[in-house]
Design a protein around this ligand. Structure first.
Ligand code: T5A
Ligand code: NA
Length: 212
């Protein structure tokens, strides 16, 4: 393919770290610089599965913990065909949360191990870059709207952070930790620089499979 494939770039981090803000800014900046880039987010709440997840998160409905975990994973799998098509057409995908959130949140619950949590997402397109937006729970709580949805409480968030640290120790994945306490603009500039470098590096490399 002439221009090569697009990069799969994931933003992860604690709630309120600025993942959605930075994902949007990155896609806009890449497009403005003449790159082809699209924004994705998980959960993608517009599908049937996504609406069920949305109702669970807003506490409109209860679901058994294993069921919710598998639904979050299914919500990623239902987008895999279109993700692969876009990447192979040379479109870079910026993804607001991915399988790492899935594993970190469920494994923070009682009686869930990391290995069980990873299985449903094994084989998803493997990110070329995972940016972990780091922010202390105190700084996160000081940002808007914290505490309305399920999972948005301090003790649970601390367990989620521990799970993320376990996942970040895996050297087969390209994690980069970013200081999310910086201003939106400063953080954006840093993210754009690493993203463009990754896009250049992976364009002639095959797309990998996650945790395989
Ligand atoms: N989940 C998710 C699972 O359990 N399993 C899964 O598989 C997946 C994918 C929903 C929940 O689902 C869980 C994790 C979550 O609990 P969501 O819809 O992504 O996930 O959550 P949201 O509530 O939409 O987003 P977050 O709380 O994670 O926030 P963001 O996206 O990190 O932060 P953002 O950009 O919305 O910013 C938050 C606020 O801070 C300000 C913004 O203006 C905004 O007001 N802000 C800054 N302020 C100062 N300095 C900066 N640098 C700032 N950047 C942003
Ligand atoms: Na978000």
């Amino acid at each position: 393919m002439a221009g090569g494939r697009g990069a799969l770039i994931v933003l992860e981090g604690m709630d309120r770290a600025g993942k959605s803000t930075q994902s949007r800014r990155l896609v806009q900046a890449l497009q403005a610089a003449g790159h082809r880039a699209d924004l994705l987010r998980f959960p993608e709440r517009t599908t049937e599965i996504g609406r069920l997840i949305g109702a669970y998160l807003s506490r409109e409905r209860e679901l058994e913990d294993h069921v919710v975990h598998l639904l979050f994973s299914a919500n990623r799998w239902e987008h895999v065909t279109s993700m692969k098509e876009k990447l192979h057409q040379g479109i870079t995908l910026v993804v607001d949360r991915y399988a790492f959130s899935g594993v970190a949140f469920t494994s923070a619950k009682e009686n869930f191990c990391l290995e069980w949590c990873k299985q449903p997402d094994v084989g998803l397109p493997k990110p070329d870059l995972i940016l972990f937006l780091q922010l202390s729970p105190e700084e996160a709580a000081a940002r808007g709207n914290f505490g309305r949805e399920r999972y948005e409480n301090g003790p649970f968030q601390k367990k989620v952070l521990q799970s993320f640290h376990h996942l970040m120790n895996e050297k087969t994945l390209n994690w980069k930790t970013m200081d999310a306490s910086k201003s939106i603009e400063d953080l954006h500039r840093e993210i754009k620089t690493v993203a463009e470098k990754t896009m250049q590096e992976v364009k002639d490399k095959p797309l990998g499979e996650l945790w395989k």
